[in-house]
Design a protein around this ligand. Structure first.
Ligand code: HEM
Ligand code: HEM
Length: 223
């Protein structure tokens, strides 16, 4: 039997980020669909998602090795090689070139969704905190994007994200979900681990607290 290596790939903050983000995004879509009084929760969930994305942006610079953006910034050639099945083993430890594309697309369109939501107005009772600063044309374009276009883009991206993960499991027998829960991958080869100890988790808790305070101050100031 070949030797196996158990490597900590996703640190606890990254895992917590992922599953909290998933719950908040699904809940944001549901509360928006319900409308009315649920819009208060839609806004709160939006601010929670903003906090999470700000945290992830910073964690992408100072987090565990495999959570850093530098670990999954690939050149187009590397994405093509991956699609042809010629993946460098070190590119299969964290996000592989295809996974990285989906991560950046999800984060990018979530950010656009957040910004457009801030300028949206349903002309009944839900008005984003920045809508009063913009012209009515800008607000109606932002609302159209937010409620029609961005919503669809996100639903398509999340569906592709989940289908891709299901295909890795069905076609390649590679379970990507377990590492996003336990943190560890079992590899055929040695690879450096992400740091994931009390000190790095405290650092993450401090960063997320600062992000939450910044968002809270923004909402108080604008709201
Ligand atoms: C609204 C729903 C979801 C959103 C917005 C979302 C977003 C993301 C993001 C941003 C990442 C990158 C994680 C990071 O580096 O911080 C990621 C990775 C991942 N997500 Fe999701 N996700 C969603 C739902 C799901 C679901 C339902 C599953 C399980 C089937 C899942 C499984 C994974 C896995 C396994 C990875 C790691 C992929 C890899 O190994 O490269 N996600 N997701
Ligand atoms: C990533 C986070 C978000 C997601 C996924 C999301 C999703 C949605 C969706 C799907 C709708 C359309 C509901 C419908 O079909 O009518 C909607 C409406 C709305 N959202 Fe968001 N939203 C997010 C963040 C925000 C934020 C941060 C704000 C403001 C602070 C906001 C403000 C609004 C408003 C005012 C509407 C009503 C627009 C209308 O229906 O005319 N959203 N959102």
């Amino acid at each position: 039997m070949s030797k196996k290596f158990v490597v900590r790939v996703w640190d606890a903050p990254t895992r917590l980020f992922h599953w909290t983000l998933t719950v908040c995004v699904v809940a944001a879509v549901i509360t928006a669909q319900i409308g009315g009084a649920a819009m208060d929760w839609h806004f709160r969930l939006g601010y929670a998602i903003l906090t999470l994305l700000m945290f992830r942006l910073i964690w992408g610079l100072v987090g565990g090795r495999w959570s850093r953006f530098s670990a999954f910034l690939y050149r187009p050639g590397q994405v093509l090689a991956h699609l042809k099945g010629q993946t460098d083993p070190q590119h299969a430890v964290g996000h592989n070139p295809l996974g990285a594309l989906s991560v950046f697309a999800l984060m990018g369109f979530l950010t656009i969704q957040l910004v457009s939501g801030m300028f949206s107005d349903d002309e009944i009772s839900a008005t984003g905190p920045l809508a009063s600063l913009a012209s009515s044309t800008w607000v109606s374009n932002a609302t159209y994007y937010h409620a029609e276009v961005g919503k669809l883009i996100l639903i398509v991206l999340v569906t592709l994200h989940v289908i891709a993960i299901a295909l890795y499991f069905l076609k390649k027998r590679e379970n990507l979900v377990r590492p996003m829960v336990t943190g560890d991958k079992t590899l055929e080869y040695a690879a450096p681990a992400s740091e994931d100890h009390a000190q790095s988790r405290i650092k993450a808790a401090l960063i997320v607290t600062v992000c939450a305070l910044v968002v809270w101050a923004f909402v108080r100031w604008m709201g």
